[in-house]
Write a protein that binds this ligand. Structure first.
Ligand SMILES: Cc1cc2nc3c(=O)[nH]c(=O)nc-3n(C[C@H](O)[C@H](O)[C@H](O)COP(=O)(O)O)c2cc1C
Length: 203
């Protein structure tokens, strides 16, 4: 199959893109609005993008009627968010938090999620998450009907049980998005292969 994206509908192209660029990790993001209401929603257009300083990015679309999603609006309003990572034990709560809640309703109680305070920002993190990253907005860029948000990671919260010698993360098994709309995968089947150098290849 060959498909010229200029000849396909946005919905068809989106389906292909999001079923091919997989697996995508899940950023389960807490933000806060001007009244202090905590918002929670999952995003899979998400990855790490730099290390000095530490930057990550998440891309947030609009609702069908053109309204910004609450997560994007809150981040642009006050510049703070927490990326909580998603493991299977919090999967159902993550899924509930992705429903189309009105802006004045917090997803937290319906998803059975408790929060814990952050250290460097006012926005709290998800208490049940095994790892959370406190972030401050670095920059944002309109991408068609999406807003690309780049955040600087200010603080890690990681369950002690996941941190091995030399801060190597061990036993962390996040779930990831495979296809849209609702196929996921586990990350329990991993393998290690040492990186090769050019010198080794030449010898
Ligand atoms: C697993 C999963 C991944 C998602 N990824 C994205 C994404 O990358 N970008 C996006 O705009 N919406 C994504 N969504 C949809 C949002 O989570 C959904 O629109 C949510 O209601 C937004 O909430 P908010 O208005 O509170 O920010 C995803 C939903 C799920 C369940």
């Amino acid at each position: 199959m060959k498909l010229d994206t200029s000849q396909s509908s946005p919905a068809e192209s989106y389906k292909l893109l999001t079923n091919l660029i997989v697996p995508r990790p899940l950023a389960w993001i807490t933000t806060q609005n001007a009244d202090g209401l905590v918002n929670l929603a999952p995003f899979s257009f998400f990855t790490a993008v730099a290390n000095k300083p530490l930057y990550l990015m998440v891309s947030i679309g609009q609702y069908e009627d053109g309204r910004p999603k609450d997560t994007a609006r809150n981040i642009l309003d006050n510049g703070e968010f927490v990326v909580n990572l998603v493991t299977e034990d919090v999967f159902d709560a993550m899924n509930i938090s992705g429903a189309d809640f009105p802006p004045d309703v917090s997803e937290l109680s319906m998803a059975g999620v408790q929060t814990a305070p952050s250290v460097k920002i006012a926005v709290p993190r998800v208490a049940q998450a095994h790892a959370s990253l406190e972030c401050k907005l670095f920059s944002h860029q309109a991408l068609g009907n999406y807003t690309l948000v780049i955040g600087e990671v200010l603080m890690f919260h990681i369950d002690d049980a996941l941190v091995g010698p030399n801060n190597r993360i061990q036993g962390f098994t996040p779930v990831a998005r495979m296809g849209s709309p609702s196929t996921y995968c586990r990350t329990t089947d991993c393998f290690d292969i040492p990186r090769v150098t050019y010198a080794q290849l030449k010898s």
